[in-house]
Design a protein around this ligand. Structure first.
Ligand SMILES: [Ca+2]
Ligand SMILES: [Ca+2]
Length: 464
């Protein structure tokens, strides 16, 4: 047999190194299968314990131990008789006070039919001692405002790194924002609102942060932080940079990702994404902030905003904004390359249904809620999953991340060209295939090294 040449062995080793690098993978597993949440729409942690809190849109919050894959959960708060569900209505938001450990305060956002008038209700509740439940009678209403239609109610509720409470609201509903609420700074609709819940003033159950853009009320409601949103369905703060990421659901053509800043106007209904909406041509983008990313309805028709991953268990996702589309059932990871261009990676092969929301636990690990299945999925790295007990009671449902942008970055204007491919592989197949391929790849590397050393020796013998 003709002996292998040393340069060829080097090439083989290089190929194997690249192959293994690409194989580094993101998977989604489904722990907590014994948890029974009918319509999961939000997942939050309390910043203190390892407990997670899952919102059931009908008006209940379930509490369970994130370390226990067999958790059945228990009712933390039941306000279904104070909640108008369902469709886009219901219990939609939850946030724990930064000092929850000492004051046991948490805040909710829900819709409620008050007589003939649908309204949004932002409330504070107080957990019982021990933190395993809360009494509905502990409610303190922070703010209510009228909802003209049943859809576009927003609902994301978060405390910012500044200690203020942020609420994302929709434009109120119907279609095309008929009352032009989002551009109207004297409306609570189509906004990000910001409250100082620790310093109530002016006869209200909250104070106004002095840096709010219309704090003195002359040019808009003092509660407004940013405006021109259509239906921000899920927003989150990057826990490292404090950037506020928003997924804003589009009207007819464009879904968008925004990074929202103080006083920003995000354009709706003048514009939808980077395109005129009203008027449909020759509109003005003046004074509006463009999305950092948009995708057309050929790709998906209802964005579900997610989180910038800052956990430790899935290194491939670190620093990337993970979000999805409820309509086309896709999940992506977004980051910026060295030229500050947006790069999109699709996490393919998803077999779940209807991603309604994402969530993080206290350590920053990432989860996703499947609305139709009533299930909670967790993002894991396969190597990590194999060594954790959670895998033994979980199902791996997706293949490795498909780095569709590995050949180059995708700019916002090219977003419609995103691949729609993806394949479903069942858990056992992936686990077995991954383990077998790892073993084979390990053996091949060992053989390659042995051959390489042998060839190197022959090569040197030939040279000298
Ligand atoms: Ca509405
Ligand atoms: Ca916009």
């Amino acid at each position: 047999m003709k002996p292998l040449h040393f340069p060829m062995v080097l090439l083989l080793l290089l190929f194997l190194t690249i192959w293994n690098a690409v194989y580094c993978s993101v998977h989604i597993i489904a722990p907590y299968s014994r948890l029974n949440v009918q319509r999961p729409v939000d997942l939050q942690n309390d910043g203190v314990t390892d407990n997670l809190y899952c919102l059931d849109q009908i008006g209940a919050i379930y509490i369970f131990d994130s370390n226990n894959a067999n958790a059945t959960g228990s009712i933390f708060l039941d306000i279904h008789n104070k909640t108008q569900c369902c469709g886009e209505m219901g219990l939609l938001g939850l946030a724990f006070h930064p000092n929850y450990a000492s004051n046991r305060y948490f805040y909710t956002y829900r819709t409620w039919q008050n007589g003939s008038q649908l309204q949004s209700v932002v409330s504070r509740f107080t957990a019982n001692v021990g933190g395993m439940s809360a009494n509905p009678t502990s409610e303190l209403i922070i703010l209510t405002f009228v909802q003209p239609f049943s859809n576009h109610n927003g609902g994301t509720t978060h405390f910012g790194p500044d200690g203020y409470l942020y609420i994302g609201t929709g434009d109120g509903g119907s279609s095309g924002d008929p009352f032009n609420n989002s551009q109207n700074t004297f409306s609570f609709l189509g906004k990000i609102l910001r409250f100082d819940v620790d310093n109530p003033s002016g006869g209200r159950n909250y104070g106004i942060p002095s840096s709010n853009p219309f704090a003195n009320g002359t040019f808009g409601y003092p509660e407004v932080f940013a405006y021109g949103l259509r239906n921000p369905w899920r927003m989150s703060f990057d826990s490292l940079t404090a950037d506020l990421w928003v997924g804003d659901v589009g009207q007819n053509l464009w879904e968008e990702v925004d990074i929202v800043t103080l006083g920003g106007n995000y354009g709706w209904r003048r514009v939808e994404g980077n395109h005129c909406y009203s008027p449909p041509a020759n509109c003005s983008f003046s004074g509006t902030i463009r999305p950092i990313y948009e995708y057309s309805h050929a790709v998906g028709a209802s964005i579900t905003g997610g989180y910038v991953y800052r956990g430790s268990q899935v290194p491939d996702l670190y620093g990337k904004y993970v979000f999805g589309d409820y309509s086309s059932i896709k999940i992506w990871a977004l980051h910026f390359d060295a030229n500050n261009s947006v790069v999109i990676e699709e996490i393919p092969g998803v077999s779940f249904h209807r991603p309604s929301s994402f969530g993080v636990d206290r350590t920053g690990e990432l989860y996703m809620l499947s609305y139709n299945e009533g299930r909670i999925y967790k993002f894991v790295d396969l190597d990590t999953a194999i060594t954790t007990s959670v895998l033994t009671t979980s199902v791996i449902t997706t293949a490795n991340i498909n780095e569709i942008a590995s050949t180059g970055s995708i700019t916002t204007s090219q977003s419609e060209e995103l691949s729609s491919e993806g394949r479903t592989i069942t858990s056992r197949t992936i686990t077995t295939a991954a383990v077998i391929s790892s073993i084979i790849s390990g053996l091949v590397i060992i053989m390659a090294v042995i051959i390489g050393v042998s060839e190197l020796r022959k090569y040197r013998e030939r040279r000298y």
